[in-house]
Write a new protein. Structure first.
Length: 330
């Protein structure tokens, strides 16, 4: 990159001004202003000749896009913690560092996961519709009976920052907390959360609520399918705030309609967005919200700042503040 010009970067969606201001101060910015992600052909056209790319999880960063960008691309900064939209091996082959936004989403995501758990357990969306549809005629002892949260068993799949934050919230409700993860948590984390590591099958069979906090990788894609649902405690509730493809939605629909699961609450789906005519959307015992786990002002500002700092460091040839480990180039 010549010292005679400012670096040029593509930002694929409007992000909070806290981040945009940092980027604009350091680079010439091509900002996609549309509410929807840029169409693929537009993304390929705009990325050509760029020094940096700030992408969202809706943008597929692969060999095709990296080739379209050209040899001057110096960094890919993802406005997300997960990077399943990015071909990390393709970036590694080209020596392009990748950044993400870890650490700042933890509390907001755990908040919404527990909110979804509570809403599904106590059937809040059904109660809301019941009133809005003018079906509320009297108090009744059998009206909209839900599940107890206090004293119940919560199984957490994936016990990183967010899973542990979820466990801390559960402890405040006197819940027993089980977890399953690739790596055992530290003794300090287990003591702080009161969580017990168990095999996956034990967690499924023992938990009144199962909350998913794993990343998306080949071993977790479709992890919750027919076999997992058959192993779950009858009448359990599933919460997913991780990635949609971790759950087989056809199998989930069958588990919900058969009554083997009491309810499900999803912040993520496969695909996204999920259209209103999808079979899951019509189920009264399936609560779906549009991927809003990190949607608080403070959290999104922090994400924007991290994404911007990664982008700026990358175009300057400096180490990224939040680099994603890349596979060995081969």
């Amino acid at each position: 990159m010549s010292d005679q010009r400012r670096p040029r970067v593509l930002v694929t969606r409007r992000i909070p001004e806290a981040g945009l201001a940092i980027v604009r101060q350091a680079a010439e910015v091509d900002l996609w202003e549309g509410e929807l992600p840029p169409p693929r052909d537009e993304l390929l056209r705009r990325v050509a000749g760029m020094d940096g790319l700030l992408a969202l999880l809706t943008d597929r960063v692969d060999d095709e896009l990296l080739d379209a960008a050209g040899t001057g691309l110096r960094v890919v900064s993802n406005f997300a913690v997960g990077v399943d939209n990015i071909d990390l091996a393709a970036c590694a082959r080209r020596g392009i560092p990748v950044g993400n936004t870890p650490g700042v989403l933890t509390e907001a995501t755990a908040d919404i996961a527990f909110a979804l758990l509570m809403a599904a357990a106590r059937r809040l969306p059904e109660g809301h519709d019941f009133v809005r549809e003018d079906r509320w005629t009297t108090w009744g002892p059998l009206l909209l009976l839900g599940k107890d949260v206090a004293g119940a068993t919560l199984g957490i799949v994936g016990f990183g920052r967010i899973g542990q934050a979820m466990a801390r919230r559960a402890r405040g409700f006197g819940m027993r907390v089980l977890y399953h993860s690739r790596h055992r948590a530290s003794p300090e984390a287990e003591a702080a959360t009161g969580a017990e590591m168990v095999p996956f099958e034990t967690l499924l069979a023992s938990s009144d609520f199962v909350s998913i906090h794993t990343d998306l990788n080949p071993s977790t894609r479709g992890l919750f399918g027919r076999e997992a649902f058959a192993r779950m405690k009858p009448g359990a509730i599933l919460v997913n705030t991780s990635r949609g493809p971790v759950v087989d939605q056809v199998a989930l629909h069958d588990a919900l309609t058969s009554g083997s699961l009491f309810a499900a609450a999803l912040d993520v789906t496969d695909p996204e967005p999920l259209r209103a005519d999808h079979p899951l959307v019509g189920l009264p015992n399936c609560l779906i919200v549009p991927h809003i786990a990190s949607a608080t002002e403070r959290t999104r500002d922090a994400m924007a700042t991290k994404a911007a700092n990664n982008l700026v460091a990358g175009v300057r040839g400096q180490p990224l503040p939040d680099p994603v480990p890349l596979p060995a180039a081969g």
